[in-house]
Design a protein around this ligand. Structure first.
Ligand code: NAD
Length: 488
């Protein structure tokens, strides 16, 4: 039996101007491990978004208001307090994340929520380090620059790492002194709503953080709203393009973290057992619903068969199970719709002539109606197949063989995406040559998926632009102003 939860789940409301308010419509959020409704959540209409923007604008512009009067150091302490509250409520937030998303509880408990805390603390430290510069110009001039908060920001988040990806945006947004309209994905709003309560408890002034739950229509209302200065979006490339078009009329600043089809390249001279573990982790962590999933595996032909044998043996041990069980390593796909997409790609792989060497089916866990898919591996894939070109966003790996460095770089780069990549070899020069030639925003050498709040994250090509995490994110939430003083 799928475990029952002790966490209290209440119907979700909208957070506008420091108050919880009902929306005119509601939608259901589902537990993907059971198919059961968890609760109902308010759907923000365009009028609700308008109210949220008005509140954020007031909080941003009121020079005598609590937010504007707060010093950088006080703002840092407030963000730190928020991190403490997330940490103090880690168990509850982890369980909510697992219930709403289907991810194994070990991921929520040891990665999603702890990293959310880290990210908030990292940006709490940044509040006091946002500097301008003095610039040498003319003898009679004093010239300096300053960084000012960009204004009201609209943060639109996907369902795969709901609270964590919200923190990647909220951390720098609050550190820079912007005010926020935050929209979680309609599939996974629950941890963001609980976070809203913690923000009130931490003492965030009214209007600084507004949470509007809903789907694409709510997102569109944010994107076209004239009172918002910047959109930070994480999600699919198709929606990213729509957002860029939608933001053009009001000339909003836009940063986009989009999809990926990341190559994981294994050379014959690597530590093969570590590379097998890296390949498994690269594709099956987060059920493969990771933008940086290593979903294209390139194995040097000399070791291809030996490597695949080890890989398949390991994948077959990894069966989907109850996400709330601490031993579970593969949870439920986030929704029925996403499960159907994933199964559709598996059918496409078979039709195109790839060889199915592991998995390939929907799985049943304890007789539940949940949305589980077996860990799936195709070998004999060619680079032009749909399963090698398109993002599947599920536990499906496409394995390809290669003979030399030039060939694998050409194949790896011949894809619209450019988010992440990995290379496995004991030859440090080769590793760095490959890292340099790959068109990707981040490259791991002899590891897969390591992250830190201080290290920039983001893509090349159709994986978007702008960077989250690290100091570069600060640039995206500020405007740079130059000031000239004529000293006579
Ligand atoms: P999605 O693009 O369908 O939705 C993302 C968010 O945008 C949701 O909150 C959704 O409600 C909202 N939205 C949908 N249509 C909209 C519109 N027209 N205007 C404004 N908002 C709209 O993506 P998803 O299915 O939730 O997430 C999966 C995608 O996210 C994958 O492609 C994945 O690669 C990508 N992703 C990227 C990163 C990264 O950092 N690069 C991280 C996680 C996920």
């Amino acid at each position: 039996m799928i475990a029952a939860t002790k966490v209290k789940i209440v119907p979700g409301r909208l957070l506008i101007d420091g108050q919880w308010v009902e929306g005119s419509k509601k939608f259901e959020t589902i537990n993907p491990a059971t198919g059961d409704v968890l609760t109902e959540v308010a759907e923000a209409s365009a009028a609700d978004v308008d109210r949220a923007v008005a509140a954020a604008r007031r909080a941003f512009e009121d020079r005598n208001g609590a937010w504007r009067k707060m010093s950088a150091s006080e703002r840092g302490r407030l963000i730190w307090r928020l991190a403490d509250l997330v940490e103090n409520n880690l168990e509850e937030l982890a369980e909510l994340e697992t219930l709403d998303n289907g991810k194994p509880i070990f991921e929520s408990r040891y990665v999603d929520i702890p990293m959310t805390v880290d990210v908030l603390r990292y940006y709490a430290g940044w509040t006091t380090k946002i500097h301008g510069e003095t610039v040498n110009t003319f003898e009679n001039a004093f010239t300096y620059t300053m960084r000012e908060p960009v204004g009201v920001v609209g943060l639109i988040v996907p369902w795969n790492f709901p609270l964590l990806l919200a923190s990647w945006k909220l951390g720098p947004a609050l550190a820079c002194g912007t005010t926020v309209i935050l929209k979680p994905a309609e599939q996974t709003p629950l941890t963001t709503l609980r976070f809203g309560e913690l923000a009130i408890e931490a003492g965030l002034p009214a209007g600084v953080l507004n949470i509007v739950t809903g789907g694409a229509e709510t997102g569109k209302a944010i994107v076209r709203h004239g009172g918002i200065d910047k959109i930070a979006f994480t999600g699919s490339t198709a929606v990213g393009k729509e957002i860029m078009r939608g933001a053009a009329d009001t000339l909003k600043r836009v940063t986009l973290e989009l999809g990926g089809k990341s190559p994981n390249i294994v050379f014959a001279d690597s530590d093969l057992d570590s590379a097998v573990k890296g390949a498994i982790n690269g594709i099956f962590y987060g059920k493969g619903e990771c933008c940086n999933a290593g979903s294209r595996l390139f194995v040097e032909r000399k070791v291809h068969d030996e490597f695949l044998e080890k890989l398949v043996a390991r994948a077959k041990k990894l069966q989907p199970a109850d996400p709330l069980d601490p031993k579970t390593k593969l949870g439920a796909i986030v929704s029925q719709e996403q499960m159907q997409n994933v199964l559709g790609y598996i059918e496409a792989g078979k039709k195109e002539g790839a060889k199915l060497v592991a998995g390939g089916n929907r799985a049943s866990v304890d007789g539940s109606k949940g949305f589980f898919v077996e860990p799936t591996i195709f070998s004999g894939v060619t680079n032009d197949m749909k399963i090698a070109q398109e993002e599947i966003f599920g536990p499906v790996l496409a394995a390809l063989a290669f003979d030399d460095v030039d060939e694998v770089i050409e194949l790896a780069n011949r894809n619209p995406y450019g988010l992440a990549a990995a290379v496995w070899t004991r030859d440090i020069s080769k590793a760095n040559i490959v890292a340099k030639r790959l068109r990707a925003g981040l490259v791991w050498i002899n590891t897969y998926g390591l992250m830190d709040a201080a290290v920039p994250f983001g893509g090349f090509k159709s994986s978007g632009f702008g960077r989250e995490l690290g100091m570069h994110a600060i640039e995206h939430y500020t405007e740079l102003k130059s000031v000239w003083l004529n000293m006579g």
